[in-house]
Structures are given as structure tokens and as C-alpha cells.
Design a protein around this ligand. Structure first.
Ligand code: FAD
Ligand code: NAP
Length: 542
């Protein structure tokens, strides 16, 4: 069945009347939330802007898109049967396979019938007298529910920079985060790609292979480690499946919820030869495991500098033109932006049909009908790719007019940066939950276990309220303030806040500079469990 057919089929989802819960978003988070709510006997509807399930994997169909957490881990664990029956084909699966997986989950658990697709939520207003949320969509639909769960995604609000003349460009312009479903054939074209983050780094080698010429407009170079992607060895897959429960448990004890073995040594306590050996071993292993080379890479500037120097040396070895190699070499803090994982990225700059355009000191002046102008030079193009990222963590929520007690909007409350208790709920917004919201580990982790942990917490909280005959839950301002302070305090002991990353909102002009995620998955889970044990400490139930 085509996606359109599936979407059309599901528009029969009951969307009138009252529900126990309204969920916004049908990515991994919204779908699992629906599954849990159903299991507990709550009535629920999911409203989704896209024409199908999958969220990130529905929208980001650019060439080369794939996960950077290994597939055996980047998958749901709530169902033993599901994790035993699904067969990933590659170490890091590509977007079409991940989208097939999400669709399989939607079918297997019969989730589609409660999802309304092509439905963008415009506003959510808490009716204090009724103690219910009124949710309105762009096409005029109105839904009311006792609880509202925002599963709107941390990386779902695309960032299109305000380039002068962008709309005058004569050719097509694509954003990696909203790629055409039918794909794009760049054969014979002069293509320009703006940005060198994870999305660009995955797509550049493939576009370069197709295009007549590719111009890469780079403002800031990034640290990149090889993925070493390969077909998944059936023996590895079976080994995983045999020990899944134990491995999943082990992963939850890691800072970022990912299973690679962390080295507990300090980079500064071993000699240069040992440091080199460890970095080299991780480089050869591939993927995010490089972050676990030493315990202090994200804590100590000298340790950090050692990892940075190792990667710069690799770039010099791979890229033949020393001037290009230098331009591609980052001099910022290592690992404090999302580490990029590649398949042949640096090698691509050895091709004669690829030009690296430095826009770090001379920014892009304008986009004309013919191409991109930097200083006095016009780079003539047939197509432009914007790999310019997202208004992360707060973007999708701030686009919805969310009004809580006294008509206060969430956007106003967050004027100085997002404020939440545990990244789950906000004072002044009763009965509203976010999945992987600001102040939770979310984007610093393998997001699947983070999503499941939040969904399980919310589901059990709603069941608790029902059992106790309570209709309303809201964090206290004191608990929220203390948590926000704690999130900042933890971050302040690391190098993270010093980097100009999207974690601090530095990629969006005017966005308040606040380090948004919480560092430390195990400590966070313990805190969430403790809050429950102490009778929902920090929340008011009434
Ligand atoms: P999303 O998948 O973003 O889903 C949110 C949904 O909400 C979307 O479908 C959106 O359309 C919908 N929505 C938003 N606003 C509204 C509204 N107003 N009305 C109606 N619907 C709305 N994480 C990892 O851990 N490992 C990876 O390897 C990894 N790779 C990634 C690769 C890319 C290209 C990107 C962009 C992100 C990647 N991530 C990765 C992060 C990824 O976003 C999460 O892993 C996960 O998919 C998030 O699921 P979600 O359901 O929380 O959000
Ligand atoms: P990103 O990391 O934010 O990168 C955006 C790029 O666009 C940066 O290079 C940025 O430069 C550049 N840019 C933005 N505005 C610009 C301007 N006005 N002029 C010139 N350049 C500009 O976005 P992303 O690559 O889409 O990745 C976002 C996140 O999604 C990742 O960090 C990761 O968490 C996730 N993701 C994961 C994978 C994966 O491997 N599985 C793949 C894609 C995305 P500056 O750095 O100078 O701001």
C-alpha cells in the first residue's frame, strides 16, 4: 500500500469529541505513547503533520541518510517479540529501512487507526474550568482531552537561514529535513550544498558521485569519524538477539545509553603512544565509540585537544590538497557538537568535481537567480541543498501556540530559554507532557531508550492519577527551578556549554544561549524513579 493510501485510510481515525489523551506527533515517541495508552485502556488520538508515521525518518530522505547509533541498538525494546523478529540488514541502517521498520511497528501493533495524518496542530489551550486541553489544528479540527502529550521531536523544525535572495533562485532548492519523496536526480547538474553538519556529511559523498560539480559551502568544519558501515554479520545479529535483555540493561548504565565500552582512563594519565593506540583502535572500530576513548575528553581541555589533534592528523592524511585539508580541519572543542559519522566524507574532497567554499569569514552574501554569491564570486548552480539543520529541542514546541494557566504561553515562559521539570512537564501547564523535552538527556543519548523511558514514565503517571482519582498534575515552580539549576550545574562541569552548538541554540540567530539537554542517562533515570517513589515529588496532584 502506498503512503498516500495508508494516510487516506487512516483519516477515519476518530478525531471528534473528547479523549483521555491527545498526542502530537507520530514518530518513534508518539507511536509508542499511543501503544502504551491503549494498553492501559485510555482513549487517545495522535495528530501528525506528515502523511505517514516515522517522524525524522519520514521527513529526512536525503541521499545517504542513516542512523549513527548502531541499528541493533537504535530500535525499540518494549516488545521482545518485535526485537527478535526484525532483521536489520546493515550495521547502520539507511533511512528507507528505518522507515520500513517504523511502518512495520505501526502495522504490527495496529496503531494507524488512531493517527490522523496531514494534520498540523496550531494551538493547545488549557481550559482551567474544565481542566482539559483544547487542541486546534491548521485545518480547523478541534480535539479536547484531559492530557496532552507533545511528541513533536527535538529535530523536527527545520532551519532555513534568511539568505538574501533565496526565493529568487531559478533552480530547485531542497532542505535535507524535508526531502522530496520521489528522490532527486542530480546527474549532470551543478549543485551547491550549504552546511557541513551530520546531514551534509552523509549526503555529500553521494551527491558528488552524481553531480557534474558539487560546491560545498562550509562555515564551520566538523569533527568526523568513519562509520565503518557494513552488512550486519548474521552471527553478530544472533548474538545480540540472544542477549538482548542484558545488553539493553547494560546500555542504560552508560552516560549516553549506547553500548560501546567506555575507557575509564584519563587521556592525560597515559603516555602519548598509549593515547594514540586507543584513538586508533576506536577510529578503526568506527562510530560514536570514539567518544569513549578516554573518560575526560569532554571534561578537560587538554584531553579534548588530544582527540582533536588526532582527527586533524587523519584529515591531513586523507585529503591530498593541504590547503583544503586545513580548511576542513576543526579547531573548536572536540565532541561538544554532535560528533559526525561518515562514509567517505573527507575522501570526497579529493575529487576533481568537488569545490570547498569557505564562508567562515566572508559569509554568503546572497543567492541570485543563478547561484550563490560569496564576496565578489558567483558560484553558478542548477540546484541548491540546504543542509542547515534545525531549531532544535524548542523549535517545534514554540511553533504551537501553547497556553497554560492564566493564558500564559509556553513561548513567553521560555523567552530566556526553556524551563521544565525533568524535561517532562512545565510549571503553569498542568496535564501537559513532553517526550525528550529540554532538561532531559534526549539528544545526547541513543534516543530510542530515552523515548521509551519517557513514555513509560508518562503512561505510569497517568495510570497512577486514575487509580488515585486525581485529575490534574503540574510541577511546582520550586521543583522546576531546582531542576533547571541542576541541569546547568552538571553542564557547567563539562566543556559542552562552551561550544557554539545547536545544544545551546547557537545555530539560530536570537535564540537564548542555554545548554538544553541533561548530561547523564543513568542519573536521570534514577531521579525519575525516585520522584515516583516519593509520591511524585516536585509535582502537585489534585
Ligand atoms: P520525530 O521523529 O521528530 O517526530 C516528531 C513528529 O511530530 C514529526 O513527525 C512531526 O511531523 C510531528 N510534529 C511536529 N510538530 C507538529 C505539529 N505542530 N502538529 C502535528 N505534528 C507535528 N537519534 C539517534 O539516537 N540516533 C540516530 O542515529 C539518529 N539519527 C538521526 C538522523 C537525522 C537525519 C535526524 C534529523 C535525527 C536523528 N536522530 C537520531 C534523532 C531523531 O530525531 C530521534 O532518534 C527520533 O527519531 C525522534 O523521534 P520523535 O518521535 O521523538 O520525534
Ligand atoms: P547541523 O548539525 O545543525 O548543521 C547545519 C550546518 O549548516 C552547519 O554546518 C552550519 O554551520 C550550517 N549553516 C547553518 N546556517 C548557515 C548559514 N547561514 N550560512 C552557512 N552555513 C550555515 O544540522 P544537521 O546536519 O541537519 O544535523 C542536525 C542533527 O541531526 C545532528 O547533529 C544529529 O543529531 C542529527 N543527525 C544525525 C545524523 C546521523 O548521522 N544519524 C544525520 C543527520 C542529522 P555552523 O556550524 O557554522 O553553524
Amino acid at each position: 500500500m502506498s503512503e498516500q493510501d495508508l494516510a487516506a485510510e487512516t483519516t477515519v481515525a476518530r478525531t471528534h469529541g473528547d479523549f483521555d489523551v491527545v498526542v502530537v506527533g507520530a514518530g518513534f515517541a508518539g507511536l509508542y505513547m499511543l501503544h502504551r495508552l491503549r494498553g492501559l485502556g485510555f482513549t487517545a488520538v495522535v495528530l501528525e503533520a506528515g502523511g505517514g508515521v516515522g517522524g525524522t525518518w519520514y521527513w529526512n530522505r536525503y541521499p545517504g541518510a542513516r542512523c549513527d547509533v548502531e541499528s541493533m541498538e537504535y530500535s525499540y525494546q518494549f516488545s521482545q517479540a518485535l526485537q527478535q523478529e526484525w532483521e536489520w540488514s546493515e550495521r547502520y541502517s539507511a533511512q528507507p529501512e528505518i522507515l520500513r521498520y517504523v511502518n512495520h511497528v505501526a502495522d504490527r501493533f495496529d496503531l494507524r487507526r488512531d493517527v490522523r495524518f496531514n494534520t498540523r496542530v496550531r494551538s493547545a489551550t488549557f481550559d482551567e474550568a474544565a481542566g482539559r486541553w483544547n487542541v486546534e489544528t491548521e485545518d480547523g479540527l478541534q480535539v479536547t482531552a484531559a492530557f496532552c502529550v507533545m511528541a513533536t521531536g527535538c529535530l523536527s523544525s527545520i532551519n532555513t537561514p534568511d539568505f538574501k535572495g533565496l526565493d529568487t533562485f531559478k533552480g530547485p532548492c531542497y532542505h535535507t529535513g524535508g526531502w522530496p519523496h520521489e528522490g532527486v536526480d542530480f546527474t549532470g547538474q551543478r549543485v551547491g550544498i550549504i552546511g557541513t553538519g551530520s546531514s551534509a556529511i552523509q549526503s555529500i559523498p553521494i551527491i558528488a558521485n552524481q553531480a557534474a560539480h558539487l560546491h560545498v559551502f562550509q562555515r564551520t568544519p566538523n569533527y568526523v569519524v568513519p562509520a565503518r558501515n557494513a552488512p550486519l554479520d548474521p552471527a553478530v545479529r544472533e548474538e545480540f538477539k540472544t542477549h538482548y535483555p542484558m545488553l539493553r540493561q547494560q546500555a542504560k548504565q552508560r552516560r549516553n545509553g549506547i553500548l560501546y565500552p567506555p575507557n575509564e582512563d584519563s587521556a592525560l594519565e597515559v603516555d602519548a603512544a598509549e593515547r594514540e593506540r586507543e584513538f586508533q583502535a576506536r577510529w578503526e572500530r568506527g562510530g560514536l565509540a570514539f567518544l569513549g576513548s578516554f573518560s575526560d575528553l569532554l571534561l578537560d581541555e587538554d584531553a579534548n585537544g588530544a582527540a582533536a589533534a588526532f582527527i586533524r592528523e587523519k584529515i591531513r592524511q586523507i585529503v591530498r590538497d593541504p590547503a583544503v585539508a586545513e580548511l576542513l580541519s576543526p579547531h573548536s572543542l572536540f565532541g561538544c557538537k554532535r560528533l559526525c559519522i561518515d562514509s567517505g566524507y573527507f575522501e570526497t574532497f579529493n575529487r576533481s568535481n568537488v569545490t570547498l567554499v569557505d564562508v567562515s569569514t566572508d559569509a554568503i552574501d546572497e543567492i541570485t537567480g543563478e547561484g550563490v554569491r560569496v564576496k565578489d564570486e558567483l558560484h553558478a548552480l542548477d540546484a541548491i541543498v540546504l543542509a542547515t539543520g534545525f531549531d532544535a529541542m524548542t523549535g517545534a514546541l514554540n511553533k504551537i501556540d501553547i497556553r497554560g494557566v492564566g493564558g500564559q504561553t509556553l513561548k513567553e515562559k521560555w523567552r530566556g530559554g526553556p524551563r521544565m521539570y525533568l524535561g517532562l512537564a512545565a510549571a503553569g501547564f498542568p496535564n501537559l507532557f513532553t517526550i525528550t523535552g529540554p532538561g532531559s538527556p534526549s539528544v545526547l543519548t541513543n534516543m530510542l531508550p530515552s523515548i521509551e523511558q519517557h513514555v513509560d514514565w508518562i503512561a505510569e503517571c497517568l495510570a497512577h492519577l486514575r487509580t488515585r482519582g486525581k485529575a490534574r498534575i503540574e510541577p511546582t515552580a520550586e521543583a522546576e527551578d531546582a531542576w533547571v539549576e541542576h541541569v546547568n550545574w552538571v553542564a557547567g562541569h563539562t566543556l559542552f556549554p562552551r561550544a557554539n552548538s545547536w545544544y545551546v541554540g547557537a545555530n539560530i540567530p536570537g535564540k537564548p544561549r542555554v545548554f538544553m539537554p541533561y548530561i547523564g542517562f543513568p542519573a536521570y533515570q534514577r531521579k525519575c524513579e525516585e520522584v515516583v517513589r516519593n509520591g511524585y515529588e516536585g509535582f502537585e496532584l489534585s
